[in-house]
Ligand binder design. Sequence first.
Ligand SMILES: NC(=O)c1ccc[n+]([C@@H]2O[C@H](COP(=O)([O-])OP(=O)(O)OC[C@H]3O[C@@H](n4cnc5c(N)ncnc54)[C@H](OP(=O)(O)O)[C@@H]3O)[C@@H](O)[C@H]2O)c1
Length: 366
Amino acid sequence: MSERKLRVLVHGAGWVSGEHIKAFKNNPNAEVVAISSRKLESCKARAEEAGLEGVVYYTDYDKALCHEGVDIVSVCTPQQHHAENVIAAAQAGKHIVIEKPIANTVDEMRLMLGAVRAAGVKTVVSFVLRWNPLFELVKALIADDTIGDVYYTEADYQHDIASWWKGYEDGRTKALGVSAMMVAGCHAIDAARWFAVKGLGQAAVPVEVFGYSGGYRKGLEVEYDYFQNSWRKAPPLEYDDLEVLLVKYSNGAMGKISVNYGCIMPYSFPVEVFGTRGTIKDNKVWSHKYPGQKNWAEIPTIAPESADVSHHPFQGQMDHFVDCILNDRESHCNLADAIHTHSIAFAALECYETKRPVTLPLPGLG
Ligand SMILES: NC(=O)c1ccc[n+]([C@@H]2O[C@H](COP(=O)([O-])OP(=O)(O)OC[C@H]3O[C@@H](n4cnc5c(N)ncnc54)[C@H](OP(=O)(O)O)[C@@H]3O)[C@@H](O)[C@H]2O)c1
C-alpha cells in the first residue's frame, strides 16, 4: 500500500464532476488537488460546494496535467472532448476516470486504446450502475448459480433526456451527441452485457448486433414535461429518440437493449435476466434454489431509479478504482471493456444505414 494519498485532477467542472470530487474526497487514500475547466468560476464553485481547501484551479488543461504529483485525472467534460482529454492524460502518465460516452467515433476509441496501452496507465469508465445496490445484488445472485446459466438479458434506459439537462444543447445534436444510445442508452448496453455472464467481474463480449431506430421526438421543437402534463418549447433532437437492439454474445447468450427518450413517465431502468434454472426481474427472483416457492421472492434494495447524479453510486466506482491502482489490478470496467459497450452503439448506427446485422469486433478493435 502506498504511504501518500493518490492525487486527483478533475477536468470539466460541471454537474457530474461534483460527484467525482465528493467521492474522491471521501476516499481515505485519495485527495483532489486540482480542478480544471473552461471557466475559473466553475472550478471554484465545485471546490466550495465540496468544502475543499488548497485546491489549485486551471483553465489550461495542459498546465493542469503538469500540476505536481497528479496520479489520477477524472475526465468530466462533454463527450466530444473525451478522446482528446484521455489521450493527453495517458501521454502524461496519469491513471484516468473516463465519463461515458468515452468517444464520438470508432477511430477515437482506437486512438484512446493505443495511448492507454502505450502508457500502461489504468482506466475506469463511469458505467457507475455496476456499483448500484440492485446491480451488485443481481450480479452476486447470478454468480451464486441462483438462476443457472444466463441465456438472455434485457435492459432499458427509459427517460426523457431533454432541456432540463445542461449538456442537452450539445448532446441533442448529431455532431456532438451522436445518438440516444451513445448519450444515455450506453448505460443499458453495459447493464445487458454485465448480467449476461455468470462470472463476477466479467461482462459479455458482443459478437453481433441488429437494431431499429425510431420514436417521435426527432426534429420536434417542443418537448413534453411529464410533471406538468404539458408541452413546452425546446430545441429539437437531431437523432432518433428510440433505439431497440438485439445482441449476440460470444458465450451464446442474447440480449435486448433499448433507449427511450420519448417515454412519458419518471426515470426507469428495468433489467431482466433469464437463466436455465431461474429468472431475475429487477429485485424479484425465481430460483431452483428455493423449493416450495409460490411467488417471486422480492429483495428490498436500492434500484437505479433516478437520473440525478447525486443518486448514482460514484463512491463505489472511485473506491474500486483507487483500490485497483493501489493493488496494481485492472478494473473490470476499464477502457478496453467499455469499448465493447460502445461498439454495440456504433454498430447499431451502421445497421440503421445497411439494414443488416453487424459483426463485432469492429475493424481495428479486435
Ligand atoms: N456516468 C453517469 O451516470 C453520468 C451522469 C451525468 C453525466 N455524465 C457524463 O459526464 C459528462 C459531463 O456531463 P455533465 O452533465 O457534467 O455536463 P455539464 O454540467 O455541462 O459539465 C461539463 C463541464 O465541462 C466543462 N467544459 C466544457 N467544454 C470544455 C472544454 N473545452 N474544456 C474544459 N472544460 C470544458 C464545462 O465547463 P465550464 O463550466 O467551465 O464552462 C462544464 O462545466 C458527459 O459526457 C455526460 O454524459 C455521466
